[in-house]
Design a protein around this ligand. Structure first.
Ligand code: NAD
Length: 427
């Protein structure tokens, strides 16, 4: 078998050869342990699912401490070039350099490849210890905008010449100085939210919901307070849904119009019939309310499209509800160019480096997301089912062991072998 590159076709669909080259960053701290375990399971699942006709050719690329020790750079240009060239890559956690020129390696990767979606599936696996009564009701996929918002990094510290200049501009040019309670001691942050950026995120979320036959997309925002940024996100989202997806969707905006012209009862009946016809419902919820709704009525939410900062909070809060903060996977994707980096969502846990004790599930499940993105769904399902069975059998790593009754403690590498055994992937 010759190894090949994954490419993006003119039709906007990925071409995935049977022997694709996929770059990986093993990561720092516990990275080598959890990556070693994940790779073992991913390779076994592919070999088993496709009878040896498909195989990933892994290509190591360097980032983080390992890169710094070998090359003197935290994120060598070659790493970015390879991630760009091969489209899809996967990474373990990376140390955030302290006091260096790079704010965060993860942020740098996202910006360089313009990975505008941070994708976080939130799902409960039976047996995973959870703080809520019905974790089985949670099954959400969060699309967090990854390139804009307050995360753009346009900030000026209090007392700096830049802050003084901005204050003077706000006061003299825009007449907004009076809105600032303590002008002289204020730091400032700028929150850019664009129509283009909002639309590409919401478009990807709607397409994902349609492709996966999911019931709804919820736009989560703080448009009641931030009318033009977060409010714009909501309005642009509804407009895009109706303009680009036509009769595949039914929006709360359309419901509202029906309510105004035909009355509430008729509007509700229309909504019911549109839902029954399998239309994707596009709705919106204000972010603070959403944070309580995911605890009170998580079954009402499926795909979520939200801005960068909201998405940061929501992803972790929702992951905690399913006990999955340590095992929840993530990916950063540009659906237009095809670039995608799949990653563990936890950090490097340096205290536990090379102890072979940590849970590899976050990275492994991000590998499952990667296989799904590639259309290798059989291998993805094999891993997910085997992981679920392993958790259910209570033969687990220390984090779950500590929270489960009558569990058996396994090392990271033993847990991987157990998953392979439960998925009948050996041989
Ligand atoms: P962390 O996630 O590394 O660790 C916090 C605690 O969570 C650990 O002490 C451990 O008890 C637990 N934990 C983490 N991963 C686990 C796993 N796989 N299995 C079981 N338990 C696990 O967070 P931190 O200590 O705040 O950060 C350490 C370093 O990681 C910092 O340099 C930080 O910048 C970096 N970091 C990187 C990423 C990333 O690369 N995506 C994300 C977060 C933090």
């Amino acid at each position: 078998m010759t190894t090949q590159k994954i490419t993006m076709g003119a039709d906007g669909r990925l071409n995935i050869p049977d022997n694709p080259i996929i770059p990986f960053i093993e990561g720092d701290g516990i990275g080598p342990d959890v990556w070693g375990a994940s790779k073992l399971v991913i390779d076994a699942a592919i070999a088993h699912a496709y009878g040896g006709n498909r195989k990933i050719e892994w290509l190591e690329i360097l980032a983080g401490e390992k890169a710094f020790n070998k090359t003197g750079e935290w994120l060598p240009i070659e790493t970015l070039d390879k991630a760009r060239e091969y489209l899809i890559s996967i990474k373990g956690p990376l140390t955030t350099p302290i006091g260096g020129g790079i704010r965060s390696l993860n942020v740098a990767l996202r910006q360089e490849l313009d990975l505008f979606v941070c994708l976080r599936p939130i799902k409960w696996y039976k047996g995973v210890p959870s703080p809520v009564v019905h974790p089985e009701n949670v099954n959400m996929t969060i699309f967090r905008e990854n390139t804009e918002d307050i995360y753009a990094g346009i900030e000026f510290s209090a007392g700096s010449p830049e802050a003084a200049k901005l204050l003077s501009f706000l006061t003299n040019e825009l007449g907004a100085g009076k809105k600032i309670r303590f002008p002289e001691s204020s730091a400032f942050g700028i929150k850019p939210v664009s129509k283009d950026g909002s639309e590409r995120l919401i478009r990807a979320a709607i397409q994902y919901a349609l492709d996966n036959k999911l019931p709804s997309v919820t736009i989560v925002h703080k448009g009641n307070i931030m009318k033009f940024t977060e409010g714009g996100f909501k309005i642009w989202g509804y407009e895009l849904a109706e303009r680009e997806f036509g009769d595949k969707v039914y929006t709360w905006g359309q419901w509202e119009n029906a309510r105004k012209t035909q009355g509430e009862e008729a509007a509700n009946a229309k909504m019911k019939s549109e839902t029954a016809q399998g239309k994707l419902i596009i709705k919106d919820v204000i972010a603070d309310n959403f944070l309580q709704q995911i605890l009170l009525a998580p079954q009402d939410y499926s795909v979520v499209a939200t801005l960068n900062l909201n998405g940061d909070y929501i992803s972790d809060a929702a992951a905690a509800a399913v006990g999955g903060i340590g095992i929840s996977p993530g990916a950063n994707i540009n659906y237009v160019t095809g670039h995608a980096v799949f990653e563990a969502t936890h950090g490097t846990a340096p205290r536990f480096a090379n102890t072979d004790t940590m849970n590899p599930s976050s990275l492994l499940l991000s590998g499952v997301m990667m296989l799904e993105y590639m259309g290798w769904n059989e291998a993805a399902k094999l891993i997910e089912d085997a992981l679920a069975a392993t958790i259910l059998s209570k033969r687990v790593t220390i984090d779950f062991y500590n929270l489960m009754k009558d569990a058996t403690l396994l090392k990271t590498s033993e847990f991987a072998k157990e998953i392979i055994k439960n998925g009948v992937m050996e041989g």
